[in-house]
Design a protein around this ligand. Sequence first.
Ligand SMILES: Cc1ncc(COP(=O)(O)O)c(C=O)c1O
Length: 407
Amino acid sequence: MPLFKSLRNHHNYLTMRKQYLSTLAKTLKKSAIQQALEKSVDTDIISFSLGMPDTGILPLTEYKNAFQSINSPSILQYSSPLFSLKIHIANLMKERQIKCKPEQILLTSGAQQAMTLICKLLIDKGDSVIIEEISYPGFIQIAKSAHANLISTPVDYKNGIITEQLKKLLMKNKTPKLLYTIPEGHNPSGISLSNEKRLEIVNIASSWQLPIVEDDAYGFINYGKINPPLYSYSSGLVFYIGSFSKILSPAARLGWIIAPEYLIQKLEILKEGMDINTSTLSQYIINNYLNQGCLNEHLEFLKNHYKKKRDIMVEAIKHYIPEMDFSIPNSGFFIWGRLPDINTNKLFVQALENNKVSFLPGSAFGVKHNSSLATCLRLSFALCDINMIEIGIKRLKQALKEYKTRS
Ligand SMILES: Cc1ncc(COP(=O)(O)O)c(C=O)c1O
């Protein structure tokens, strides 16, 4: 007992001392998104903050059926990637006008791991990575952990990357390791790039021999005509990342990378060192789900459902907050807005505490400190109950009114 006690004290001594942490760990702070996730447990709050799918439409019955088909204890083992699932994904990719062989697909634990692996594959400490000036914080975190030098490329909030600026940036930084971008239903800007812009980006990347990491997490959820992914313009230059999180369920933790075969083999080795294999159980559940042949119908349903939600939010903003400048997204879950003369960091705290509505302030998405983001915000229409969207926007209007009378 005395030995156990002294070991326990020793253990506390070690874990409580900051000096043991890595330089990176010492700087770690909870992101605005993590904080919002914690607050969203409060059921009184109408949440427009999180990019999560609508819980009410997650395919529980189909998952139960898929689970019923699990009939061998080997499915509870470590396993190599399920080839039939790769075939399903290769077929699914035809919807996005991508032709690939199953051998070019790496199954990952979500898109998040896909990005981590690609960064491990390409980045050494201090290497430059180009990223849109507002972007998905999950990638920013990964690139920082890889000790990359993040270089932000300017965007126009209606049309995405400003290609002239990207070219200028490449002149100055001649050897960046990759460009990370979300061409469809961008998080947070909601933008889907035009065909011309896609071509321009691929041409620029090609002339600089710059690999592109294309995050297509929202590529299957669209509300009108969409353009093919960057990968379909240049399969040798682009790492394509897909995910089942937004179209089936985030809990599956299942995503994929499409890349040339020899790189997939390298990525497989890196993945083994990270988590051995993508959950066998998840692979089988998704594979069995896809065997049921109902994904296309489910996708059509999702598109209609989220389109309705998008339209309700758009109408509510126009009606209750006409001063908000925003564009209507053609894909994905997000509306990016600008509220002249409003500090959205302050509004965020006040709206959450006094008005029980949440969103994410623009500053949560800045790659670097950027004062122009202080008046921006991201609203997600995906998670909130469809009947609560208008009420939530009314609450936001009230929050704005209170903010203005206070300041
Ligand atoms: C742009 C983007 N990429 C990737 C992810 C993470 O996806 P996954 O759940 O597949 O790891 C998200 C989640 O919000 C996202 O918005």
